[in-house]
Design a protein around this ligand. Structure first.
Ligand code: 2P0
Length: 412
C-alpha cells in the first residue's frame, strides 16, 4: 500500500474506576446538564478489582461513529453519550483554534490534518466485573469514555464537568482516592465539578468489602428513582438543604484526619438517610432486601461487641452492602461474614480481590455476633481498597480495537 493510501488511524486506550459514595447524590436540579440538588463525596475503588477499559479510535476511513459495549455493538445515539462526545470535540476545537492549528475539519484547506475532528470515531468499552454483580458501572463507563476521548483529541484540564453529563456519579470517578462533587450554583453547570479531597495513598489502612447478594430482581433505576424522589419526598428536600452541607464539611474533616469512627458513623447515617428518602418517595422505592437488613444488624452487633465502631456499611441503589473497615479488622470481618452467610457453592471462590488471612473467631464473638446464618444469601465477596483515577494504557496489545478499527474479539 502506498504511504498516502494508508488509513490515518489514531487509537487510545484508558481505564477508569468505580466509586462508592459515603455522602450520597440523589436528585437533580437540571436533568439535561445533570446538576445535583446536593454535593456528595465518594471513595474511588482500586482498578485492580473493578475497572472499565475503553479504546477509542479515529480514522478517515470510518464511515460512521460506532460503539461496542462488552463486545456487543450498541447504540451510539444515546443522548448522554452524544453530550460527552460533543463536549470533548468542542474542547478540542477550542484548543486547536487557540493554538492556531486550524479549525475542525480542514476540508476547506483541501488536505485534512491527520486527526481531523470531522473523522468518525469507533469506541469499544468493557468492564472487568460482571454487570450482573449490581455494581454501578455507569460511573466508571462515562469517566473512561470522557478520559479516553480527551486523550485521543489532545484535550486537557477540567473534564469532570464533561463526565458529569454522562452520569452524575461519573464526575467523581475522574479522580482517585477521596473525591467530592461540589454541587455548584450556576445554571450552566460550570461550577458543578469534582475535586480530590485526598489521594488514594492518604489512608492506606482503609479497606472496602463488597458483598454481592443473590438478588432476585432488578431494582428501580437511579435516574428514574431520583426523579420521583425530587417530585415527592419532603425528606429529600430537607436532606439536601439542611443536612448535607454540614455533613460534607464533617466528612471531609474525618477523611483528612483518617478518623475511622467519625467517618464510619457518618457513612452509615448517610446511607440510612438516603434509603429513608427512598421510602419517603411516593410510590416508595425499596433498594434494601432482607439480606441487606441482616448485614446492617450484623455490623451494629459487631461494633457493639467491640465497644467501638470498627466497621461501617453503605448501600447504593441496590441491595449489595459495601463495608468499610481497617486492615487490622479485615480478616476477622471476612470470617464473620462467612459464618453469617455460609457460601452455598463450595466449589466457587467466595472471596475475590485482595486476599485475607484465615482468622479464628473467639467463642464470645461468635455467640455475640453470628445469629441465624443465611446460607447462600451472599454469592461472593470482593475485597478492595481506595485506588487511583483514570489511567492511560501504554501497551498497544491492550487496545480493544484492532488496526481495522473493529473489536479484536469480535468478527463484526
Ligand atoms: C451516589 N447513586 O452518590 C448515588 C447513591 C446511587 C445512590 O449516583 O442519573 O447513575 O446517571 O446521574 O449517577 C447513581 O446515580 O445517576 C448514584 P445519573 P447515577 O453514588
Amino acid at each position: 500500500m502506498a504511504e498516502a493510501d494508508k488509513p490515518a488511524l489514531s487509537v487510545v486506550t484508558c481505564t477508569a474506576p468505580v466509586n462508592i459514595a459515603v455522602v450520597k447524590y440523589w436528585g437533580k436540579r437540571d436533568e439535561e446538564l445533570i446538576l445535583p440538588i446536593n454535593s456528595s463525596l465518594s471513595i474511588t475503588l482500586h482498578q485492580d478489582q473493578l475497572k472499565t477499559t475503553t479504546t477509542a479510535a479515529i480514522s478517515r476511513d470510518f464511515k460512521e461513529d460506532r460503539l461496542w459495549l462488552n463486545g456487543q455493538e450498541d447504540d451510539i445515539g444515546h443522548p448522554r453519550l452524544q453530550s460527552c462526545l460533543r463536549e470533548v470535540r468542542r474542547l478540542a476545537r477550542k484548543r486547536r483554534s487557540a493554538n492556531g492549528s486550524g479549525g475542525d475539519d480542514g476540508s476547506s484547506r483541501g488536505d485534512p490534518p491527520p486527526l481531523s475532528l470531522a473523522y468518525r470515531v469507533h469506541i469499544a468499552s468493557e468492564n472487568n466485573f460482571p454487570t450482573a454483580a449490581g455494581l454501578a458501572s455507569s460511573a466508571a463507563g462515562y469517566a473512561c469514555l470522557v478520559y479516553t476521548l480527551a486523550k485521543l483529541y489532545g484535550v486537557e484540564g477540567e473534564l469532570s464537568e464533561v463526565a458529569r453529563q454522562g452520569s452524575g456519579s461519573a464526575c467523581r470517578s475522574m479522580f482517585g482516592g477521596f473525591v467530592q462533587w461540589v454541587m455548584g450554583q450556576q445554571a450552566d453547570g460550570k461550577d458543578s465539578i469534582a475535586l480530590q479531597v485526598a489521594p488514594e495513598t492518604h489512608w492506606p489502612e482503609l479497606r472496602v468489602l463488597i458483598l454481592v447478594v443473590s438478588a432476585e430482581k432488578k431494582p428501580v433505576g437511579s435516574t428514574a428513582g431520583m426523579q420521583t424522589s425530587v417530585k415527592t419526598s419532603l425528606l429529600l428536600k430537607h436532606r439536601a438543604e439542611a443536612v448535607v452541607p454540614e455533613r460534607m464539611a464533617q466528612m471531609i474533616q474525618h477523611v483528612q484526619q483518617c478518623n475511622f469512627e467519625g467517618f464510619a458513623e457518618l457513612t452509615m447515617k448517610d446511607s440510612n438517610q438516603f434509603h429513608a428518602t427512598c421510602l419517603d418517595t411516593f410510590p416508595p422505592i425499596f433498594y434494601l432486601n432482607d439480606t441487606s437488613k441482616q448485614v446492617i444488624a450484623l455490623v451494629h452487633r459487631l461494633n457493639a461487641h467491640y465497644g467501638k465502631t470498627k466497621v461501617a456499611y453503605t448501600f447504593d441503589a441496590g441491595p449489595n452492602p459495601v463495608l468499610f473497615t481497617t486492615e487490622d479488622t479485615m480478616d476477622e470481618l471476612v470470617e464473620v461474614v462467612r459464618r453469617s452467610f455460609p457460601p452455598e457453592n463450595n466449589g466457587g471462590q467466595f472471596l475475590k480481590g485482595l486476599p485475607a488471612k484465615a482468622a479464628s473467631l473467639s467463642e464470645e464473638l461468635v455467640s455475640a455476633v453470628v445469629r441465624d446464618p443465611m446460607p447462600g444469601a451472599i454469592r461472593y465477596l470482593l475485597l478492595t481498597k481506595p485506588g487511583p483515577g483514570p489511567l492511560l494504557v501504554e501497551d498497544a496489545s491492550c487496545h480493544l480495537l484492532g488496526a481495522d478499527g473493529l473489536p479484536r474479539s469480535s468478527s463484526s
